[in-house]
Ligand binder design. Structure first.
Ligand code: AMP
Length: 325
């Protein structure tokens, strides 16, 4: 079974990325899996070329520092030729109406004067990413459910018109309450995000222990005093309990019973989080200081990805009539 997922280099990775995605990829992944830095997706809105490049390297080191097998990491644009070719084939399978129905496109383009065409078409590129590697399972957040459905529709439509070519993948969405949605510490109704304007609400993967302590201490709670897990009416406190559960183990509901006030909960959350992130930060610093090691990982990742992609692409080109049978 091949699992595939990605992280976009659009800012410093957050605690949400780590608890919601990277640590699961590290724990459950095998060397057959593919985890990549989606630098092409980062170009769907205004971007800075130098920053894109440095963040791509930085995030590659983050994936490896998080414990993901270096043999399964790569950078999306290393396969730009194969992806470009499959993207075109899939654009010829997708309708305009399907692409324009994507909620993320509607949300991100709303009220903007100028929208890159790639913001409309990138779900098709995402389908190419997934289908190129014959991925069976795609672990993603709930926000990607619709894009995954599009990928499945395109794969099924292509297979039924042109013959069995693509593996039809399944989305794997983590159960609620297990770090699947870490919320912003200042606005706990919003998901913690790399692109968030509020620095105080977002814990960066490289934040120092002192900064983590300060941000947790200032996290928004509510006017009550009871520590209880109830994401609807107590989103701030429930988010802290989820972070504690994901960092130190246990169930957020059961953990709540051990606390009489918010102060002691916050102190424990900060301590558990600092311990959880310490080894990742240490490994990251080692890798960041060794560019040759990162370059080696990149080279091997690209070669492995290319060998799988070439076979799928040939199958698709043959099926659609671009190569002789
Ligand atoms: P992105 O930040 O959009 O590149 O997402 C990379 C991965 O991190 C995806 O699997 C997301 O679902 C996951 N992720 C991003 N933000 C959060 C969050 N606040 N809580 C849980 N998972 C998240």
């Amino acid at each position: 079974m091949i699992r595939l997922s990605a992280i976009t280099p659009s800012g410093q990775p957050t605690l949400g990325n780590y608890l919601g995605a990277l640590r699961t990829w590290a724990r459950e992944g095998t060397h057959e899996d593919v985890y990549f830095i989606s630098d092409l997706h980062a170009m769907t809105s205004s971007h800075n070329p130098q920053r894109l490049r440095s963040m791509t390297r930085e995030q590659l080191a983050v994936l490896v520092a998080s414990g993901i097998d270096p043999a399964s990491v790569c950078v999306q644009s290393d396969l730009i030729r194969e992806l470009g070719a499959l993207n075109w084939v899939l654009e010829c399978t997708c309708t305009y109406g399907e692409a324009a129905r994507m909620i993320q496109f509607k949300e991100k383009s709303l009220g903007r004067e100028s929208v890159r065409l790639s913001l409309l078409t990138y779900p098709v590129l995402m389908a190419a990413d997934i289908l190129l590697y014959d991925a069976d399972r795609v672990p993603v957040g709930d926000d990607q459910r619709q894009h995954l459905e599009l990928t499945r529709n395109l794969a099924q439509r292509f297979n039924s018109r042109f013959g069995e070519t693509f593996v039809v993948p399944e989305a794997v969405i983590p159960p609620p309450g297990r770090g699947d949605r870490i919320m912003d510490l200042q606005e706990p109704q919003k998901k913690m995000s790399k692109s968030s304007a509020s620095q105080q609400g977002t814990i960066g993967l490289f934040d120092s222990p002192a900064i983590i302590e300060r941000k947790i201490k200032r996290a928004v709670t509510d006017t009550e005093t009871e520590v209880r897990y109830d994401p609807k009416t107590k989103p701030g406190v429930s988010n802290l309990l989820e972070i504690l559960a994901a960092s130190a183990g246990g169930d957020p509901r059961a953990l709540a019973e051990g606390y009489a006030n918010y102060g002691s909960l916050k102190a424990d959350v900060a301590a558990a989080l600092i311990e959880k992130l310490r080894p990742v930060q240490e490994r990251y610093r080692e890798l960041a200081g060794d560019p040759a090691a990162t370059a080696g990982i990149l080279g091997k990742g690209a070669a492995k990805a290319e060998s799988v992609a070439a076979v799928t692409l040939e199958r698709a080109r043959t099926a659609i009539g671009l190569l002789p049978r």
